[in-house]
Design a protein around this ligand. Structure first.
Ligand code: ADP
Length: 486
C-alpha cells in the first residue's frame, strides 16, 4: 500500500499554506493595491468636496461659499477654485495650486466638462500639468512624479455658468511601498518561525497521542490493547482509545466463544460418531447383533448429527445476514394447530398433556417457515425440560395490534441469573441433560436471530422447579374474535 503522508507533515503543510496566504494577502493589499485604493479614496474626497462647493454656489450666498472653500482645505487636504465669468469673480484658497493653471487651461477643462455632463475628472501625471513647474518640485526623492486629481464641474446658476475646480495631490506611494515591503519581509520571517513552533506544539498535542494509540493497537488482533487514556489529551483520541479498549475486550470474548464452540461441537459430534461406529463394528463382528433396534440407534444418531450440522449452518447463515425473510400474510392460528399435531406422539407415548388456546384466525405478516422453526424450538425445549410436570400450554392471543404467543411448561425452570445467557450460541444451563435428541444448545440462538430479523419482541419468564414461559409478539394484520381450544 502506498504510504500516506504523516499527520505531522500534513499539519505543517496546512500551516505553510496558511502562512503563504497571509503573506500573499499582505503583499496584495499593502503593495499592489495600495496605489489604486489610495487613488480611489482621494477621488471620493474630491467628489465630496465638489458636492459641498456646488451646494454653496447654488445657495447664492458668498459667505457660505467662502466657508465651504476653507472647510474643504482644512478637512480633506484639497483646494478649490471657483470662477464665475458673469461676475468676473475668481475665489479659492490663497496659494491653491489651481491658481497656477492658466485661464486657457481652465477653459479647456471646462469645455471637457461641458462635453461630459458638466463633470470632468482628470488625473494628471506631472504635478498639476502647469507649464513651467520646475522638475525639482514635480519629482519626489525616488524620482517619481507627483500626481494629482483635478475635478472640474459646471454649475448653472440664475446669473450664468460657474466653473468649480477641486484639486487633490496624490502623494507618491513608492517610499511607503519600500517601507512596507521591508516590514512584510520581517513579518514573513516571524510568521514562518511561529509556524514552525506551532507545528511542534501541535505535533506534541495532536499527533503523539494518536501515534501512542496506534502503537498500542498493533497487538489488537490478539485481543491485547493497553489503554492510553493518560496520553489521550482530547476527546477524539479518548473516544478512539475507548473504542479500541472495547474492541480488544470483544475480540477476547469472541475468541473464547469460538474456542468453546469448537470444543462443544466436537464433543457433540464425537458422541453420535462413537455410537455409530461402535454399533456398526458390533454388527459386523457379531452377526446376531444385526437387529432392528441396533440399526435404529445408527439411524437416530445419524439424524442427530444431521440436526446438529443443519442447526450450525442455519445459525451461521442467520448471523451473517445471508437469510432474507420471505414474508407473507398467513394464519398463525392454523399454523399452530398444524404444528401442535406433530407432538401428539408425546401425548400417546409419554403421557404429555399439550393444549392450545388461540384466538381464531390471527393473520400475521411474517416468514411462516421461520416462525414455525421458532415455535418448534420452544416446543422441543418445553418437552425436553419438562421433567415430571408434563403439561405444556400454548397460547396465542391478540393484544391490541400484536399477537402474543407463549409456550408454557411446568418443568425444571431456569435460574434467574441464567435467563440472559440461554439465548447465547451453544449455551446450556445443565450440560449433562440426556433427553435432548435434537438439542444442540443453539436452538434459542436461532430463535433469537429469527425474531430479531422480524423486529419482534420476545422473552422468557421462569422459576426453578415451577416451569418457564417462552413468548414472542408479532404484529397483527387482522383477526376475528372467537376463541378455539385444542
Ligand atoms: P438445547 O438444544 O440445549 O435445548 P437451546 O438453545 O434450545 O439449546 O436452549 C439453551 C438452554 O436453555 C438449554 O440447554 C436449557 O438449559 C435452557 N432451556 C431452554 N428452554 C428451556 C425450558 N423450557 N426449560 C428449562 N430450560 C430451558
Amino acid at each position: 500500500m502506498k504510504k500516506k503522508i504523516t499527520l505531522r507533515n500534513k499539519i505543517a503543510r496546512y500551516l505553510l499554506v496558511f502562512a503563504g496566504l497571509l503573506i500573499g494577502l499582505l503583499v496584495l493589499f499593502q503593495l499592489v493595491l495600495l496605489q489604486p485604493m489610495y487613488e480611489h479614496s482621494k477621488r471620493q474626497a474630491v467628489a465630496r468636496v465638489m458636492e459641498s462647493i456646488k451646494e454653496a454656489v447654488l445657495s447664492g450666498d458668498d459667505e457660505t461659499l467662502q466657508a465651504s472653500i476653507y472647510k474643504a482645505s482644512a478637512q480633506s487636504d484639497t483646494c478649490v477654485r471657483v470662477i464665475d465669468s458673469t461676475t468676473d469673480s475668481d475665489q479659492g484658497q490663497i496659494g491653491c495650486v489651481l491658481y497656477r493653471m492658466s485661464y486657457s487651461d481652465v477653459i479647456e477643462q471646462a469645455n471637457l466638462a461641458s462635453e461630459n455632463n458638466d463633470e470632468y475628472v482628470t488625473v494628471l501625471d506631472h504635478g498639476i500639468g502647469i507649464p513651467g513647474m520646475p522638475d525639482k518640485i514635480r519629482k519626489d526623492e525616488s524620482g517619481s512624479d507627483f500626481r494629482s486629481i483635478v475635478q472640474t464641474d459646471l454649475v448653472d446658476t440664475e446669473e450664468g455658468t460657474v466653473i468649480v475646480m477641486v484639486y487633490a495631490g496624490l502623494s507618491p506611494v513608492n517610499a511607503t511601498t519600500q517601507t512596507l515591503s521591508r516590514q512584510i519581509f520581517f513579518i514573513a520571517i516571524i510568521v514562518v518561525l511561529a509556524m514552525l513552533i506551532l507545528t511542534r506544539i501541535m505535533n506534541r498535542h495532536i499527533t503523539q497521542p494518536l501515534s501512542a494509540i496506534n502503537a498500542a493497537a498493533k497487538s489488537l488482533p490478539e485481543g491485547i490493547y493497553e489503554s492510553q487514556q493518560g496520553k489521550a489529551e482530547y476527546e477524539e483520541a479518548q473516544e478512539l482509545d475507548e473504542t479500541l479498549t472495547q474492541a480488544a475486550e470483544d475480540i477476547r470474548k469472541a475468541d473464547k466463544t469460538k474456542r468453546d464452540l469448537i470444543a462443544n461441537v466436537s464433543h457433540d459430534l464425537r458422541t453420535p460418531l462413537a455410537l455409530i461406529s461402535g454399533y456398526g463394528q458390533m454388527m459386523k463382528d457379531l452377526p446376531g447383533e444385526k437387529t432392528d433396534e441396533n440399526i435404529q440407534v445408527i439411524i437416530d444418531e445419524s439424524n442427530r448429527l444431521t440436526y446438529l450440522v443443519n442447526d450450525l449452518l442455519d445459525l451461521s447463515k442467520l448471523q451473517e445476514n445471508k437469510i432474507t425473510l420471505e414474508r407473507t400474510d398467513f394464519s398463525l392460528t392454523d399454523m399452530l394447530k398444524k404444528e401442535i399435531r406433530k407432538y401428539d406422539v408425546y401425548k400417546v407415548n409419554e403421557g404429555f398433556e399439550i393444549t392450545l388456546d388461540a384466538d381464531e384466525n390471527l393473520i400475521v405478516n411474517a416468514d411462516e417457515k421461520r416462525i414455525e422453526q421458532v415455535f418448534n424450538n420452544f416446543m422441543t425445549n418445553a418437552i425436553n425440560y419438562s421433567g415430571s410436570g408434563r403439561i405444556i400450554e400454548v397460547r396465542a392471543k391478540a393484544k391490541g395490534s400484536y399477537v402474543h404467543v407463549e409456550v408454557q411448561d411446568h418443568g425444571e425452570g431456569i435460574p434467574e441469573d441464567k435467563l440472559n445467557d440461554i439465548w447465547d450460541r451453544y449455551y446450556k444451563v445443565d450440560k449433562t441433560h440426556v433427553r435432548a435428541v435434537k438439542g444442540s444448545g443453539i436452538g434459542l440462538s436461532i430463535v433469537k436471530q429469527v425474531l430479531e430479523l422480524h423486529h419482534a419482541r420476545y422473552g422468557v419468564s421462569s422459576r426453578v422447579n415451577e416451569g418457564s414461559i417462552f413468548w414472542f409478539d408479532l404484529p397483527l394484520v387482522k383477526r376475528t374474535d372467537s376463541d378455539t381450544k385444542a
